[in-house]
Design a binder for this molecule. Structure first.
Ligand SMILES: [Zn+2]
Length: 176
């Protein structure tokens, strides 16, 4: 445990770790946010919350491979829009955890039962909280942006290095 944190701050971190792990955020992302818990403690907390299930390991989701279908941009744009509304760009340098939590919970209410472990081939993305995290991160470091489209008058998520060209995919959906 990091001795520089006082007890109250440590409790706040445990609370944050709990919120992130409850939504099954990959432990390496949790580590970036919670400095006073070790990886072992984070993994133990995950198992406690999820009744003995171990956290996932292996490759982390990447922004350029989240959207495999053009339709996914409809949903990604909804999530990105919720996140941007909630974060309002208050911090230029760090992703806003409270905004991701809000946007993800809201997104899950709009599209219940879409989570990937239940529907592995679903087109609704982000399909889990870690993908939502990666989308928020990509918006922050300009690997993606939410752009107003003059043609369809909606906000569309643009992913710069993905499988689809960096323009409004929702307009292309209509012309397919
Ligand atoms: Zn458009």
């Amino acid at each position: 445990m990091d001795t520089k944190l006082n007890y109250a701050d440590h409790l706040k971190e445990v609370e944050l770790a709990h919120a992130l792990l409850q939504r099954k955020l990959r432990t390496s992302y949790v580590m970036q946010q919670v400095k006073s818990l070790s990886l072992i403690e984070i993994r133990d907390l995950y198992r406690t919350i999820h009744h003995g299930e171990s956290p996932r390991s292996g490759q982390l989701p990447a922004i350029d491979s989240i959207a495999q279908y053009r339709e996914s941009f409809l949903y990604l744009s909804v999530f990105a829009s919720l996140y941007c509304q909630a974060s309002q760009g208050r911090s230029k340098f760090a992703i806003e955890v409270s905004a991701i939590l809000f946007a993800w919970d809201f997104f899950c209410q709009i599209f219940p039962n879409h989570i990937r472990e239940r529907r592995p081939l679903g087109k609704i993305r982000p399909a889990n909280f870690s993908e939502a995290w990666v989308v928020a991160q990509a918006l922050k470091v300009n690997l993606a942006s939410l752009r107003y489209c003059e043609k369809c008058h909606g906000e569309s998520l643009i992913i710069y290095q993905g499988k689809f060209p960096p323009k409004c995919q929702i307009c292309h959906l209509e012309t397919d």
